[in-house]
Structure formats: C-alpha cells, structure tokens
Design a protein around this ligand. Sequence first.
Ligand SMILES: [Zn+2]
Ligand SMILES: [Zn+2]
Ligand SMILES: [Zn+2]
Ligand SMILES: [Zn+2]
Ligand SMILES: [Zn+2]
Ligand SMILES: [Zn+2]
Ligand SMILES: [Zn+2]
Ligand SMILES: [Zn+2]
Length: 424
Amino acid sequence: MPPRTNAKKAKAEANAEDKANAEVQAEADDTKPSFDVDESVAAAVLSRVPDIRDRLALGCVSSVWKNAVTSEGAWGTCDLVLDSELGKRLTDERFGRLLHYCVEVKHLEVCDAPAAEFEGNFLFDEGIAAKFASLESFKLTNCPDVDCARVVDFMNAIGMTARPKDKRLRYLHLAGCDVESLHEGVSPMVSLHDCLAADQDDIFHLEQGKKSVPSVIRVQNKANFDLWWSVCELIVPTSEVKICNSCTSAFCGSCAEQQGSFCDGCGEFMCFECEERSDDLFEVSCHGCGERFCQECLLLSQKINICRGGPCSDKEGTDKRCFKAYCEPCQKKKNVTFGMCFECFGVWCLDCAYDKDGPCLNTCFGQGGCYESMCQPCYEKTNQFYAFCFGCNEGWCPKCNPGVDFYSDPDSSGTLLCPTCAGA
Ligand SMILES: [Zn+2]
Ligand SMILES: [Zn+2]
Ligand SMILES: [Zn+2]
Ligand SMILES: [Zn+2]
Ligand SMILES: [Zn+2]
Ligand SMILES: [Zn+2]
Ligand SMILES: [Zn+2]
Ligand SMILES: [Zn+2]
C-alpha cells in the first residue's frame, strides 16, 4: 500500500486537473460555433442532402432543423430510398409522413417493409399524381403486404402509360410483394409492362430482334422489370425464373425441369422445343461423366474440350479429329490433354494432334515458353518459325525464342542450339 500522503497528493492533483478541464470546457461552450440557423438556411442546406437517413438525423439537431426537415414539401424533388434497415421500421403512417415532405419523387425504393405494417396505402392519397409526375424508377421489393394489383392502379392514377414511351419507368421492381392478384388473366402484367420505357427482354436483344447475349443467366438480373410471366402462366421473380437461352421464354422451376435441359457447366437453360430446332447449344456431352455443356462453356470458359479440329481440318493432310469430348475433371481423371491452335482456334486431342494425318501442333514448351501452339497449316500460312534446340529438345514460338541459332560442333557441320546449350 502506498503511503497515505502520496495518495492524498495524487487526489489533489486529480481534482486540480478536473477543474482545469471544466474551465476549458466552459470556455469552449461560449465560443462554440452555433448550428442554429434560420429555417430558410436550413431548407437550402436540406436541398443538398440526398440521403434520407441524413435528413432525418438533421431533424434531431434542433427545433429549427426539425421544422425545416419535417414541413410539407421541405425535401423538394428527391429520391425516396428506404434500404433494408429503414424499410424494416416502415409503417404506412410513417411512409405517408415521408411522402408529405417530398414535392416530387423521382426514385422510389423500399425494401423489406414488414407485413401488416406496410401495405402502400399512401399510394392513394390525394395529389399523388403531382408527387410522382417525374417518377423514373419504382422499386418495392420484399414488402409482402403490398398488393401488386394496387401498384397497377397507382400507375394508372399517376398517368404513367399516358407518358411518351421513352419517358416511362426505367425500373419497376416488385419481387417479394404480393403478386397473387396479378394472376387474374394476362392484363395486369400487360399493364405493368406498359409502364416501362423499354421491353423487359431488351437486355437479351442488343442487336435488334435476334438474341445476342451468350449467357442469359448472367444478364437477367439487369432486366428493368423483375417479375416474369411464365409459359405456365405463373408470375415468377428473377431469382427463381429459368429463361430459355434461345427463345427467351420464361419457365417456373418445375416446368423447366420437365420441359428443357440445363448446362452442367453454368446452369444455362434451353427448352426442348428450341433444343430440337437448334443444333448447337447442348450438343457437347462429356464422354467420361455424361454431363452436358453449352457453347459458352465449350468455347469461352473451356469447361469442356472436344477434339473437333479446326478450319484447316478439311484441307488435305490435316483431316484428323475424333470428336472425343471430356470435361475438365474427366480430363484430369483420364489423363487426356487437348491442344489448341492459337491462330485458327482448332482443338485436337494429343493423339490426333500428332497423328501422321494430324495438324502437327507446334508448341512453345521450352523454358520460359508460353505454351501457345499452332497447327502446321497456320504455321505455313503465317510464315512463323518455331525454333527447336537439338541440345535440350525444347521449342519456342517466335515471341519466346531465346535465340536458337546454328552452332558448329566438332562432329558435324552444325546444329540448331539454344544459347544455353551452345554455352554462348
Ligand atoms: Zn426456347
Ligand atoms: Zn411452370
Ligand atoms: Zn454452360
Ligand atoms: Zn466429364
Ligand atoms: Zn482426337
Ligand atoms: Zn491453325
Ligand atoms: Zn511462346
Ligand atoms: Zn537447348
């Protein structure tokens, strides 16, 4: 235990310090810049605060700010974006109040509003058409008590379809809301489609008319409307829909299982009708495991390879290919390797590649090589020279050639050697 006197001293020092701190604090309070502004300044500042959370936080600063934040139309033209965190606390009454602060809403976004608390009743308030006169996107997602048929009524009330087509909604998201009432015939869905500036499946048709996206799955999330009218007349959200890679018809999960097939590599779907008509999408199945792969998995991601030859294959002397196909894991299991010509993109299994009638692939496999190969016809056509060292038996493409050259040796007139073997 420290001597008493020391403890006393320490306490006295601590008290003095507290007192000094208190004085500094008092001084600071006197000179502290005031955040109390009048309401017109507050309103001007407010017009530059885009985030709802920040606006509501400002309302807690002082009564002037509260008045500025919460008076009718104080928010001017704005985006009403309530993310999951705010959405979870939303009630119809609260939403009505938020709407009251806005003059015009350009983007409306609410997600995860609780059932029984939020039905979207505000959509039928008086004067609603003016508030939504410049509405560009409407996203109510995962709000289970919002009836989508009432969204149709709302769009009619604000005159969405009376606008010129290109001035209509850029996005309409309703997944996770109550879609039951949309099933009454086709017309509610047609009405919702009419609210859009672009067609829902435009994302698949970058070139007019013809489907031009190789992978439908990769782009379907970008559709402007996130509900799909399936061939079995159900309304299916983007997260569950299966869209045919060829005809872009939408299928529910169970119909897709029965009426089409999936690529085992990427999950891409094609309906049987299209599969019969087209000869390409799922033609490649692995000879090892039987899994089937789409063209994208074959050509772009190379999850499967097939000994299909190349454009040169129909020329004399190179017509060697066996159409053997193996997926990546089976290639490893069966120890099958494929080689590709980087000029014509022909692909051969190694048996065919080095068959006497094969394309005789030249490969850059020497030390520091790039492993690119070229078939003999392309080799001749492009006037390439693949260097080969007779010392180390390694070869290189023109880009990687370390400087293979003729070197005379004591026994013969000369031989091709790389600088290492030549001791140069
Ligand atoms: Zn189809
Ligand atoms: Zn179905
Ligand atoms: Zn695929
Ligand atoms: Zn396989
Ligand atoms: Zn082959
Ligand atoms: Zn080639
Ligand atoms: Zn190379
Ligand atoms: Zn060498």
